[in-house]
Design a protein around this ligand. Structure first.
Ligand code: PEP
Length: 245
């Protein structure tokens, strides 16, 4: 079943966040047959309130990051067991905004993935090339390098890789269907070479997915769903994506 994940990023105060979550939950609940597997990832401050708003609807809750450690003197950080305790079953890790803005290395992302898996969270590990890397013909190598560095050697039961070309995030530009198909095939073949089997893996596309392009993107072979930023902040548009295929 296709998986649609909403990444709210650093958006949402109490009332707005709860009303967005409630609207998504009501749509999912009212049309279960049309519904994809839907996850919303609000900021940490809204996890508990959004968790309450989506309870019983079939929508799941995720965090946008977690620390590599379980607890201790790490001011400002939130650990994977804390996310779990707040009701999360998912976590986005290695998003390009964290890799770029917080200088997260592949090694750090891998440590976070290991911590999340140890806490029982399903990880959504993000990879993707910059525009310069794509124009330089290095997109496939860059993504393979990120997968090599960011994923643990032990394969989890359920796991998600999100291919998000950095130049497509929040820009309104999307990769072509051919480029998406080629990259998703590349990711799968990398995973097949590295792991004994890759059942339980979903490969998502992310980068300016909207209501009006979701059908085409979700129809590309090898695309198991979408990681959605800006369009996940509007219930109608997010729902259009959820029901696009
Ligand atoms: C994202 O932040 O993961 C993302 C894909 O953002 P947007 O949909 O806004 O491009």
């Amino acid at each position: 079943m296709p998986l649609i994940v909403g990444n709210w990023k650093m958006n949402g105060l109490g009332a707005d966040g709860v009303s967005l979550a409630s609207a998504v939950a009501a749509k999912v609940k009212s049309a279960p047959a049309k519904t994809r597997e839907v996850v919303v990832c609000p900021p940490f401050t809204l996890l508990e309130r959004v968790g309450a708003a989506i309870a019983g609807s079939g929508v799941s809750l995720g965090g946008q990051d977690c620390a590599p450690k379980v607890s201790g003197a790490f001011t400002g950080d939130v650990s994977a067991p804390m996310l779990k305790d707040a009701g999360c079953s998912w976590v986005i890790l290695g998003h390009s905004e964290r890799r770029a803005g917080h200088k997260e290395s592949d090694a750090l992302v891998r440590a976070k993935v290991e911590a999340a898996e140890a806490a029982g969270l399903v990880t959504i590990a993000c990879v993707g090339e910059t525009l310069a890397e794509r124009e330089g013909g290095r997109a496939l190598d860059v993504v393979a390098g990120q997968l090599q560095g960011s994923l643990p050697d032990k394969r989890p039961e359920r796991w998600v890789v999100a291919y998000e070309p950095v130049w497509a995030i929040g820009t309104g530009k999307t990769a072509t269907s051919d480029d998406i198909r080629a990259m998703h095939a590349h990711i799968r073949s990398y995973l097949e070479r590295r792991y004994d089997r890759i059942t339980g893996v979903s490969v998502l596309y992310g980068g300016s997915v909207k209501g009006d392009n979701a059908r085409e993107i979700l129809g590309v072979s090898g695309v198991d769903g979408a990681l959605v930023g800006g369009a996940s902040l509007k219930a109608e548009e997010f729902w259009a994506i959820c029901t696009a295929r």
